[in-house]
Design a binder for this molecule. Structure first.
Ligand code: NAD
Length: 242
């Protein structure tokens, strides 16, 4: 049985990915920065179903905390074979209002988090000549979004990181892919307000509705098993950008 780490998985897309992987037979570490109670609730629910799950609170932007989390996973479940870099934050603002510390914080979490987790799990993957890394980008990683310059920059960078690592690590048997979700119905997008979300569904999204976290989890499961796919960016956006 393989071991998966899903960062930012106490709620939303990450929680759906952790649940889908656990139900598919992976031993899963649920990670979050806050509300560990939500992670523990998900763990209890999945354990009731017979899944093997652990929880670990760690800030992905903190390299030492990430290394400690990976060591704890190795002690409990064995080394990480599947890494889903899902933790991410968005702080929509006009560019001229973004303070340097806010800009740095978004980069530290969204991009620095990927650096920290990949650094921590890579030695084992290289040793095993096998591994799968899935990074969560966004449609704003492929296109520009007004008031999303910092977020969009990090999500573009995640695609660059994924493609470069895919090329570098393919000879070592390690696959690296990206998912670019559209507007998915989670806490993250509630800041837009229900009226705007309804308008987006009606006028911007050809499939006529927001995405569900489970629909991203479905793509994670697909990529986890897609042994001949690497360096790809898969959009899951209801046709938002065609
Ligand atoms: P969410 O805000 O609902 O959940 C975020 C999760 O990340 C939580 O579990 C939180 O504890 C965790 N987290 C935040 N900062 C962290 C940190 N520093 N260290 C560890 N964990 C941290 O978000 P979501 O909508 O589920 O989004 C998940 C991912 O998908 C993000 O990377 C986001 O950018 C991306 N995404 C979301 C959407 C969307 O419409 N919801 C669209 C495109 C991309």
């Amino acid at each position: 049985m393989n071991t998966a780490l899903v960062t930012g998985s106490s709620r939303g897309i990450g929680a759906a990915c952790a649940a889908a992987l656990a139900r598919a037979g992976y031993k899963v570490c649920i990670n979050c920065i806050e509300r560990i109670d939500l992670a523990e609730k998900l763990r209890a629910q999945l354990e009731n179903e017979g899944c093997r799950v652990m929880c670990r609170q760690a800030d992905v932007s903190d390299g030492e905390a990430v290394r400690a989390m990976v060591r704890a996973i190795e002690d409990n479940f064995g080394p990480v074979d599947l890494l889903v870099n899902n933790a991410g934050i968005a702080i929509p603002q006009q560019f001229q209002d973004i303070k340097p510390e806010t800009w740095k914080h978004i980069f530290d979490v969204n991009l620095g988090g990927c650096y920290n987790t990949i650094q921590a799990v890579l030695p084992h993957m290289l040793h095993e000549h096998s591994g799968c890394i899935i990074n969560m980008s966004s449609i704003w990683g492929q296109h520009g979004g007004s008031c999303e310059s910092a977020y969009s920059s990090t999500k573009h960078a995640i695609i660059g990181l994924s493609r470069s690592l895919a090329a570098e690590l393919a000879p070592s048997g390690i696959r690296v892919n990206c998912i670019a979700p559209g507007v998915i119905d989670t806490d993250m997008v509630q800041v837009l307000g229900r009226e705007t979300l309804d308008m987006l569904s009606r006028e911007q999204i050809p499939l006529g509705r927001l995405g569900r976290p489970e629909e991203i989890a479905h793509t994670v499961l697909y990529l986890a098993g897609a042994g001949y796919t690497t360096g790809q960016v898969i959009a899951v956006d209801g046709g938002f950008i065609i």
